[in-house]
Ligand binder design. Structure first.
Ligand code: XMP
Length: 508
C-alpha cells in the first residue's frame, strides 16, 4: 500500500468513532491512516499523531498501551482523545480516577483562552462526551486548557504541542470539533496538504514496480471503483485485461453502456455473456439467500474461467473494506458476508504476492477525485451504487425473464425522469423493482391482471441507514403515467416510503 509521508497517524484504541477521526482529517485536506497501538513501530515520519478514545479503562491491568518513548521520539504534535488523553496523563506522571459510571452525551466546553487549540472557538461550545474515567492528578508541566460547566478539566496541554481532550471532536454533535481538529493540525509543520495528483503518481510508480512486464487481470462492473482502477492501470501503461461478466441481471442497455464507456476512455474490455447460465441457475429458486449464493458462486466460476492462469490480479478494494476486515480479524467477529475479493482463489494468489489493490488506502470520495483527475466523466463517477446480484434482489421470489424485462423498462423510465427533473444527483440511490403480486386493473377497455412496480429513492451517507426522498408529486405522477402507459406486465406503481432501519434499501 502506498502511504504518503508525514501523514496523520491515528492510533486506534477501539472507540466506535476512530474511523471518523480519519475521515475528518482527510476532509480537512490531510492524509490520515489508522494504526493499532502495536503498529507504532511501523510509523515512519508521521506529521502528527492522534490517540483515539476506547471502551477500556486505563486502570485495567491489560489496558491497551503505547510505546510512549517512541511516540515522543517523532517530535510531532500529539492529540489524545478521551482514552488517549488519560493514557497521556498517566504516561507523563499523572493519575486517572476510574469510575464505573459512563458519562455520555452533550456537555459544555469552556476554553481557558481562545488561542492555540481553541483559537476561534466560542467561549462555551457544545461537545460530545463519552467516558467513565476522569483525570485526577496532573503531572508537573501539564496545564488545564478547558473545563466543563462544573469546572472539571476536560482538556489538557503538555509542553508546546501535546494535547488531551475529554470529548469527541470527530462527531457532529461536537459543534466546533472541526475547528479544534484544524487548530491541532496547524501545529504540525511537517504536514503537507494531500494532493490527489501527487498520490496518483506515487500509485502509478508502485503499480509499475510491482507489475513489471506481467499481465494484470482486472474484473470490471461499470461501477466507480473498478472503473477508476482499470483507468489507473491503463494510465500506468501496464498490460491489463479487463473482464466484464454480464450476468443477465443488469439494467436496461447496461452491458452496452459499460462497453461504450470503456471505449470512450480508451480502455479495452472483454465481455463474457453468461446471462443464460445465470438465469438457468436461478430457475425455480425463490429464497433470497439461496439466490445470492447461486449468483455469487457462479460469478466466481465464470470470472475465473475467463481469467485462466492469472499472472497478477488487480482488485478495487477500498480503505473501509481494509479497516473492516482488520477489525473483524482483531475482534474475531463472525464474517457475515464472504466478499468476492476474498475468495479462496484470490487468497492463494495473494499468498504468492500476485494481488494488487492500489485503491486500498482511499475512501470513496477520494476514488472519485482520483477518477476525475484522470478525466473519467462525471456521470460514471457519480453513478448510483448497484448491487452485485443485480436485479435479482429487486425481484422478490423467482427471477424470470419476463419479470426482469418489466423491471428494466420501469427502471429506465424512473431513472431518466429523475435525470430530466434534476433529481438523480440528489438521490444516493434510486431504482424500480417488481412486487410479485398480481392485481386487477383496466388497461384500454380490457381487464388486466398484472404485477405491481415499486419505486425506491433514498438518501444515505454510507448505506447503513437510509431515508426515503420526498420526490415532487408531479415527478412521481409523470413516472407512474409513463410506466402504466408504456410498460407491459405492470398495472400498478407504488412508492416505497420505508426508512432503513427497519427496512433495507434493496427488497432482498
Ligand atoms: P441493503 O439492501 O442491505 O443495501 O440496505 C445496502 C447497499 O448495498 C447494496 N447491496 C449490495 N451490493 N452486493 C453488493 O455489491 C450485494 O449483495 C448487495 N446487497 C445490497 C445496495 O444496493 C445498497 O446500496
Amino acid at each position: 500500500m502506498v502511504v504518503p509521508k508525514h501523514l496523520v497517524a491515528v492510533v486506534d484504541f477501539g472507540s466506535q468513532y476512530t474511523q471518523l477521526i480519519v475521515r475528518r482529517v482527510r476532509e480537512l485536506g490531510y492524509m490520515a491512516k489508522l494504526y493499532t497501538p502495536e503498529e507504532i513501530g511501523e510509523m515512519v515520519d508521521p506529521g502528527a499523531v492522534i490517540l483515539s478514545g476506547g471502551p477500556r479503562s486505563t486502570s485495567e491491568p491489560d489496558a491497551p498501551d503505547i510505546d510512549f518513548e517512541r511516540l515522543c521520539s517523532f517530535g510531532v504534535p500529539v492529540l489524545g482523545v478521551c482514552y488517549g488523553m488519560q493514557l497521556l496523563n498517566i504516561k507523563t506522571g499523572g493519575t486517572v480516577r476510574p469510575s464505573n459510571r459512563r458519562e455520555y452525551g452533550p456537555a459544555a466546553l469552556i476554553p481557558e483562552k481562545s488561542t492555540g487549540l481553541y483559537a476561534g472557538v466560542s467561549p462555551s461550545s457544545q461537545v460530545w462526551m463519552s467516558h467513565s474515567d476522569t483525570v485526577d492528578h496532573l503531572a508537573d508541566g501539564c496545564r488545564v486548557i478547558a473545563r466543563n460547566s462544573e469546572g472539571v478539566p476536560v482538556s489538557l496541554q503538555w509542553g508546546k504541542n501535546m494535547f488531551g481532550i475529554q470529548f469527541h471532536p470527530e462527531v457532529t454533535h461536537s459543534h466546533e470539533g472541526r475547528t479544534i481538529l484544524r487548530n491541532f493540525l496547524s501545529f504540525a509543520s511537517e504536514l503537507a496538504p494531500f494532493d490527489i495528483g501527487d498520490f496518483k503518481r506515487e500509485l502509478i510508480d508502485e503499480i509499475r514496480s510491482k507489475v513489471g512486464h506481467r499481465q494484470v487481470v482486472c474484473g470490471v462492473s461499470g461501477g466507480v471503483d473498478s472503473t477508476v482502477l482499470a483507468v489507473l492501470l491503463h494510465e500506468a501503461g501496464v498490460n491489463v485485461r479487463c473482464i466484464f461478466v454480464n450476468n443477465g441481471l443488469l439494467r436496461k442497455n447496461e452491458a452496452q453502456e459499460v462497453e461504450q464507456n470503456f471505449l470512450r476512455m480508451g480502455v479495452n474490455i472483454e465481455t463474457v455473456d453468461a446471462s443464460e447460465r445465470f438465469l438457468a441457475a436461478l430457475s425455480g429458486e425463490s429464497s433470497p439467500e439461496k439466490k445470492r449464493r447461486i449468483i455469487g458462486s457462479l460469478f466466481i466460476d465464470v470470472f475465473w474461467d475467463a481469467v485462466g492462469d492469472a499472472e497478477m490480479l488487480a482488485q478495487g478494494t477500498l480503505y473501509p473494506d481494509v479497516i473492516e476486515s482488520a477489525s473483524n480479524a482483531k475482534s474475531k467477529a463472525s464474517v457475515i458476508k464472504t466478499h468476492h475479493n476474498r475468495v479462496e482463489r484470490v487468497l492463494e494468489l495473494q499468498a504468492q504476492g500476485k494481488v494488487i489493490e492500489p485503491l486500498a488506502f482511499l475512501f470513496k470520495d477520494e476514488v472519485r477525485a482520483l477518477g476525475a483527475s484522470m478525466g473519467i466523466p462525471h456521470d460514471i463517477l457519480w453513478r448510483h451504487p448497484f448491487p452485485g446480484p443485480g436485479l435479482a434482489v429487486r425481484c422478490p421470489g423467482e427471477v424470470t425473464k419476463q419479470k426482469l424485462e418489466i423491471i428494466r423498462e420501469c427502471d429506465a423510465i424512473f431513472i431518466s425522469t429523475l435525470r430530466k427533473w434534476g433529481w438523480y444527483d440528489k438521490c444516493w440511490q434510486a431504482y424500480a423493482g417488481l412486487i410479485p403480486v398480481k392485481t386487477v386493473g383496466v388497461k384500454g377497455d380490457e381487464r388486466s391482471y398484472e404485477f405491481a412496480t415499486n419505486l425506491r429513492a433514498i438518501v444515505s451517507e454510507d448505506a447503513m441507514t437510509a431515508d426515503w426522498v420526498q420526490l415532487p408529486y408531479d415527478l412521481l405522477r409523470e413516472v407512474s403515467n409513463r410506466i402504466l402507459n408504456e410498460v407491459k406486465g405492470t398495472n400498478r406503481v407504488l412508492y416505497d416510503v420505508s426508512t432503513k432501519p427497519p427496512a433495507s434499501i434493496e427488497w432482498e
